[in-house]
Design a protein around this ligand. Sequence first.
Ligand SMILES: Cc1ncc(COP(=O)(O)O)c(C=O)c1O
Length: 397
Amino acid sequence: MSSAVVSTPPLAQRLRGVAGSPVRDLLALLDRPEVISFAGGLPAPELFDLAGLRTAFDAVLSTDAGRRHLQYAPTEGNRDLRTLVAARMTAAGLGTTAEDLLVTTGSQQALTLIATALLDPGAVVAVEEPTYLAALQTFALAGARVVPVRSDDDGIDPAALADVLVRERPTLVYLVPTFANPTGRTLPVERRAAVAELAARHGVWVVEDDPYGELRYRGAAVPPLAAQPGAEDRVLHLGSFSKVAAPGLRLGWLRAPAGLMRALTVAKQAADLHTSTIDQAAAAAYLAAVDLDGHVRGLCDAYRERRDAMVGALPGVLPAGSTWSDPDGGMFVWVRLPGDVDTTELLRTALAHDVAFVPGAPFFAGTPDRATLRLSFTTNAPDRIAEGMARLGRALR
Ligand SMILES: Cc1ncc(COP(=O)(O)O)c(C=O)c1O
């Protein structure tokens, strides 16, 4: 055997410049019971419908017919599940059939499939600013160039988007129009109509990533971007069970224009053949058996209280000159501190006080605003939120 040291081939170029998710890296550091974390965007585990999900898994595995739910299955997904999801989407104002849907392994996989099917290296993706970190990672891994579009408290600015469409000629526009991660912002219906009209006029794809839309705590629902005139053959709409049932199911869905379904299905064949058969079957049994809307109403009641506990505490905690969002739904409050602050530095101080948040910088595709941070209010009960906010106040002093 030769004793010569042979170097291994380098990592793929596409990994260059793609950082690990500081949020996920951070979650590892927070694994101390004494830390009150407002960092992770996690649903409250005590609100998972453990009994309903156990009954659903039992139902599909308790008879001999259950064997087929342990077998390989079609890439598009479980037909009963697609039919049930389509019915819920139609009831929510977005007419959908089972054929319009591809079941995905979480909506995160839908982002990867979209990148595989639609983005060549060097393609341009336009995003609201700031935006969901793991979407930025996915587009970077695809070799795309991400261009931020000016956004305000109402989400992306259609006039700024119109400029970017002309100047940068993006292939795709990525948006979280309802209760966005990280800002909690919601795009008003007039802006949705304007975005759909721009997409149709410029021949660009739009991704409407919507894992939070059902978690509304006040006000009336805003119609989906995918339901706007002109959106039919332009908008890809992503949904997920993660925030309304449980993220561990890793079940999402992709509603795509008919002309894209084949390409997305091929991308999924190469990715994982299909999403877990048994999990899909259990989710279909769960949807058929339980009142999911009722369950979501219960989540909304609990999360509303938690949002109010957090937003109510902020004026007494943050320094004068701070600004923050008061979201109508979702999971996040977005904060901006006054002066020349770097919240990544501040996080060390916060952790010394046993409280955590996510610094805002990684959510920016362009120049980061280092004075921003994200707080999640869903994981902690109101009394823990009060204690965590008091610790944050001490850390900020
Ligand atoms: C905007 C956004 N899109 C997608 C996802 C991924 O969700 P899933 O669990 O469905 O993969 C998240 C998760 O936090 C998210 O915030």
